[in-house]
Design a protein around this ligand. Structure first.
Ligand SMILES: Nc1ncnc2c1ncn2[C@@H]1O[C@H](COP(=O)(O)OP(=O)(O)OP(=O)(O)O)[C@@H](O)[C@H]1O
Length: 287
């Protein structure tokens, strides 16, 4: 995986152009623009209340901007007919921060839900597809019969990810994918994301506060501050910005964000022989 973009970016999957969002008189985004290209992994960072979740909701068509436009796969969301929106919606998967699993349903039924709703495959294919996704996210066949209450935090994330991937989306939205996980589970989950991104060729947009996740999987980091995206570029570039939020966010990490450091970190993640896959530079005791 490259730490920086290829010379010629692939076509855009997401185009946010000059968007203004407000609730009542409270303006959240003003003239906000962002482009995400195919096969990219872009992380959205920003202070609490800066409007990250609202931006994610705009991208999912759950909020409508006061001005500007949002296009996904070239479709302008606000102007899509219900039929068009359904078509676009099945091309993305979403991992919600708390997993959003249905507690009354088994793991199997949670993952199968989008397939059953859409009825896109014959009923006898649902089982094999669910079990395939379960294996893809590193869960055991027996886990299919558990209820969400019987799962660890890391397992909940994996089940949610399997459900997000069940329709084989091209675009994946992740809201704080490692939030609430202990450090080891977070590392394992980030490794899984990295593996799936490589295997499935996904375009990924994630909201995260986790610097290790940026190091491990992200191509570009978009910084949401002052009601707009103030920068969107490779980690090495963004970590050097003099903006107070960025300085604070990368405190103690900025000196490790050079392209070579990121590349070395990613190679170490591929080397499963290393304990936890985390090089000394990112262990807490080294900071
Ligand atoms: N439906 C809504 N109605 C009114 N205000 C809202 C609504 N949704 C969000 N807001 C406000 O918009 C602002 C941005 O919220 P948002 O949740 O997008 O921020 P965030 O960057 O995701 O924050 P955090 O990192 O704390 O989750 C906040 O001031 C919030 O109170």
């Amino acid at each position: 995986m490259n730490a920086s973009l290829p010379a010629t970016p692939l076509p855009p999957v997401i185009e946010v152009d000059n968007v203004t969002t407000a609730f009542g008189g409270h303006v959240i985004h003003r003239n906000l623009s962002l482009v995400v290209h195919r096969d990219e992994v872009v992380a959205l960072i920003g202070g609490s209340g800066s409007g990250k979740t609202t931006l994610l909701r705009l991208l999912l068509g759950l909020e409508v901007p006061q001005a500007g436009s949002v296009k996904i796969f070239g479709h302008p969301l606000g102007r899509c007919s219900a039929c068009d929106l359904e078509h676009v919606r099945y091309r993305w998967g979403v991992l919600f921060q708390n997993g959003a699993l249905f507690s009354a349903l088994s793991v199997f039924d949670n993952i199968a839900l989008p397939l059953r709703e859409l009825q896109s495959v014959p009923p006898d294919m649902v089982g094999p597809l669910v079990m395939l996704k379960l294996a893809q996210v590193g869960l055991k066949p027996d886990d299919a019969f558990k209820r969400p209450a019987e799962l660890s935090g890391g397992m909940v994330k994996r089940v949610s990810l399997a459900r997000a991937l069940i329709l084989d989306p091209q675009l994946l939205f992740l809201d704080e994918p490692t939030a609430g996980l202990d450090p080891d589970s977070a590392k394992q989950f980030v490794r899984l994301l990295r593996k799936l991104r490589q295997e499935l060729g996904l375009t990924v947009v994630m909201v995260t506060h986790d610097v290790d996740t940026l190091f491990a999987v992200v191509d570009r980091v978009a910084v949401l501050a002052d009601q707009r995206i103030i920068a969107c570029g490779p980690l090495a570039e963004v970590a050097r910005l003099p903006h107070p939020f960025v300085r604070n966010f990368f405190l103690g990490h900025a000196e490790h964000c050079a392209e070579d450091d990121v590349r070395r970190f990613r190679l170490s993640l591929d080397d499963t022989s290393e304990e936890g896959g985390v090089p000394a530079m990112l262990r807490e005791d080294a900071l």
